[in-house]
Design a protein around this ligand. Structure first.
Ligand code: MTE
Ligand code: MO
Length: 401
């Protein structure tokens, strides 16, 4: 290893002395961007984990029905932090890019491992942000299953981030205290000791401008997208894939009745709602019988995993009333099933305390109108604090577990 470090860097290409000349690159800039990215990545990870647990609950996890808007908040934050991270990540990568060509490439095993950990960190971070961005735009240019890949790469990325923070924490502290050195002079692997001899401050951006641009663009991205979930800013949601106030009956549709293949069955006079499973007296109700039951209303959001959300006023029957009619007593978990025959979102689980919640409805109406076909006519589930994918539309069966 020692002899290796005495080899001189190549005279041409990015490894040569003075290959990078911008004075905007500094250890301090890298540290500030790193801290901002650390905060946004951990927030994004925690909220993403909550979303994953809510949709695929392991035995120890329970999705509470209250607060009713919790998932709306966490998922809004998940998408917002992910989007805000994109400009910050590019600014950070640009800032530290010359380090990739530091000479010698590594000094000893510890530095080799630290450098290798950048591969899952940078690759993972780019994958997470790109796949997330594509997903909220309903663009799937890949052969793999998005939720599974996005979930597992998240663990790899966050693990690599923990290693990275461990390796860099003292450099970061020092850079924030003393201002830190420049990044860009090649020839000295210890970036904090670099001299400014090859840098050209008069040329291009200053450090202050670099940070202002990175945080400015990040803030702007947030401003023009967060209106997809934060209603007061909805008019500004120019770059958001969905406007929460645009669609039939004044809000978006995720999967249409046509795409779900239920246009015939949902409108059919043969429509029936079945309550089956572990029930004392299974029942089958037609639409008239459902309409004749005691009606209740609730103001609840649909909070899509894709980051948009919208609050509406729903009316219909309480799920717990329906179970009582089938003779069910005590708290029970149920599975609601759609008329939809294919794909994953055709059913969802409703935990016992969600079933017991007075706001968990099988809705017939929204904002005083009969539900439109695309919003789940004749009957849809709507309950407090449920991810949008679990607000199942076109309900045909309630199975008591
Ligand atoms: N049967 C069924 N229900 C479904 C879906 C679906 O694909 N099939 N999509 C879900 C998703 S992802 C969301 S965000 C909400 C959206 O409800 P909306 O289309 O009425 O706005 O419906 C949910 N209910
Ligand atoms: Mo959704």
């Amino acid at each position: 290893m020692r002899s290796f470090t005495t080899i001189r860097p190549p005279a041409v290409g990015p490894f040569r002395d003075g290959a990078f000349t911008s004075s905007a690159r500094s250890e301090r800039t890298a540290a500030i961007l790193g801290i901002a990215l650390g905060v946004s990545f951990f927030t994004c990870f925690a909220t993403g984990l909550y979303s994953h647990l809510a949709q695929h609950p392991p035995a120890w996890f329970h999705l509470s029905a209250r607060p009713a808007g919790l998932y709306r908040f966490t998922q809004g934050l998940h998408i917002a932090t992910g989007l805000a991270s994109i400009p910050l990540l590019f600014a950070k990568l640009w800032t530290v890019f010359p380090k990739l060509f530091a000479w010698p490439p590594f000094q000893g095993i510890a530095s080799l491992l630290e450098r290798l950990s950048l591969l899952p960190l940078i690759g993972g971070a780019l994958f997470m942000l790109f796949s997330g961005l594509a997903n909220i735009n309903l663009w799937y240019p890949w052969p793999f299953n998005f939720p599974i890949a996005h979930y597992w790469v998240a663990w790899i990325t966050i693990g690599a981030l923990v290693v990275h923070i461990g390796a860099k924490i003292s450099t970061t502290r020092a850079a924030l205290r003393r201002g830190g050195g420049d990044i860009g002079v090649v020839g000295d692997p210890d970036a904090t000791n670099l001299t400014r001899r090859n840098l050209t401050p008069a040329n291009g951006m200053s450090r202050r401008q670099l940070l202002a641009t990175a945080f400015g663009v990040s803030g702007l991205v947030t401003l023009v997208t967060v209106g997809q979930t934060y209603a007061p800013l909805r008019k500004l949601a120019l770059l958001a894939p969905r406007r929460p106030d645009v669609g039939p009956q004044g809000f978006p549709v995720n999967r249409t009745a046509r795409a779900a293949g239920v246009t015939e069955t949902a409108r059919s006079g043969d429509y029936r709602l079945e309550v089956t499973g572990r029930v004392p007296n299974p029942i089958v109700l037609d639409l008239e019988q459902i309409r004749a039951m005691q009606q209740h209303s609730a103001t609840l959001p649909i909070a899509c995993v894709e980051g948009w959300s919208t609050t509406q006023h729903w009316e219909g029957i309480r799920l717990r009333d329906l179970l009582a009619q089938a003779g069910v007593t005590g708290s029970r978990t149920v599975r609601v099933e759609s008329l939809q025959q294919r794909r994953s979102y055709r059913s969802s689980i409703v935990d016992a305390d969600q079933v017991a919640d007075p706001d968990t409805l099988l809705a017939l109406r929204v904002n005083g109108e009969t539900l439109e076909l695309d919003h789940g006519y004749p009957l849809r589930l709507i309950g407090p604090n449920r991810p949008g994918v679990m607000q199942t539309k076109w309900i045909a069966r309630v199975v008591v577990l």
